[in-house]
Design a protein around this ligand. Structure first.
Ligand code: 5GP
Ligand code: MN
Length: 315
């Protein structure tokens, strides 16, 4: 599989790289790592996304090359990274006609929508899988490419804390540092550069905390009104769900984000045995065992009740 993908990368000329909407650090880092490595090989490369990447990633040199998906140009190969279902990246099956469609992902629930599917549900980030593709095919990894891989891995492992962090993860991270990545520069820009507005939003959100089922479920919410009051956007609530999860005794942390009137984006995080991907799939969503999401319609109270009911097995 890795060799097959390497051969396509070497033989073909033009590439379109895409990832899931509302891209996170893994989606952005792995998209840009592929972009950077392919550009170094003299290829034509375009990176597109359904949504504008969060501003927090604007410190990455190629942040501005990520274009809206509607600007999609002609290409030989389409590569989707970190995308469990084709619908989440905005590519339609007809867009892939007469092209090679490669799917590189680490979601166990990946629907194998590509012509070629390289899926490793145990990889801690797509950056790990790209590292293997680059190394095993003799594709050069510049300092810039290494930085993008590091951002992918650092963000998706919760800064090397999650149980997905393996000896391989640490060895690859060490190799990336050998290439010249500055870990503090990446961490500083992503975790230590919050705007004042973001922290004010966090204050409002922490005030909404409620716990249920003997404290096993902790729920926070953020409303349109809170975003308005603090002059912030959706992207600024990224990571807030971790405060719910961080409470002692909480097995699941949940953030309800009001995206539109009576439409909530749900983020779920677990830190034990509970599989939140399964919980999210009840609502048509998905993700990983310890991090998943979905969209639910209804009033805030209705949505909260639906979610708490779905965890009634914890009682
Ligand atoms: P987050 O809560 O950070 O948005 O997402 C956590 C994980 O759940 C990610 O792996 C993401 O791909 C997945 N996820 C989030 N929202 C959805 C959704 O609406 N549908 C599906 N299938 N997966 C989601
Ligand atoms: Mn990922």
């Amino acid at each position: 599989m890795i060799e097959k993908i390497g051969n396509i990368i070497k033989e073909k000329d033009s590439f379109l790289i895409v990832s899931h909407k509302n891209p996170d650090g893994d989606a952005i880092g792995s998209s840009l790592a592929l972009y950077s490595a392919l550009k170094d090989m003299g290829k034509n490369v375009q990176v597109v996304n359904l949504t504008k990447p969060p501003e927090v990633y604007s410190f990455l040199e190629d942040y501005d090359i990520i274009e809206p998906i509607k600007t999609m140009k002609k290409t030989d190969v389409i590569i989707a990274v970190d995308t469990a279902e084709i619908e989440r990246c905005g590519i339609k099956k007809e867009d892939t006609k007469d092209k090679i469609f490669i799917n590189i992902d680490h979601h166990k629930t990946n629907t194998l929508f590509g012509d070629i599917n390289f899926i490793d549900g145990d990889a801690s980030a797509v950056g790990i899988m790209l590292w293997r593709i680059f190394k095993q095919n003799g594709i050069a990894i510049s300092k810039k490419t290494a930085q993008y891989l590091y951002v992918s891995i650092m963000t998706d492992t919760g800064s090397f804390r999650y149980s997905s962090t393996t000896p391989e993860t640490m060895r690859i991270a060490a190799d990336l540092l050998e290439i010249g990545v500055d870990p503090w520069f990446c961490a500083y820009n992503i975790y230590e550069s919050n705007t004042l507005e973001t922290i004010k939003l966090l204050g409002l959100v922490l005030n909404t905390l409620q716990v249920f089922i003997d404290g096993k479920i902790a729920i926070l919410y953020v409303t349109e009104d809170m975003f308005k009051k603090t002059a912030t956007q959706i992207e600024h609530s990224e990571g807030f769900v971790n405060y719910a999860r961080s409470i002692r005794g909480a097995e699941v942390g949940i953030l309800l984000r009001e995206d539109r009137h009576n439409v909530f984006k749900i983020s779920m995080r677990s830190k034990g045995k509970i599989d939140v991907a399964r919980a999210a799939s009840v609502f048509g969503g998905g993700g990983h065992k310890n991090a998943a999401g979905a969209q639910i319609e209804g009033t805030l109270e209705e949505v909260k009740t639906k979610i708490i009911d779905s965890f009634s097995f914890l009682k």
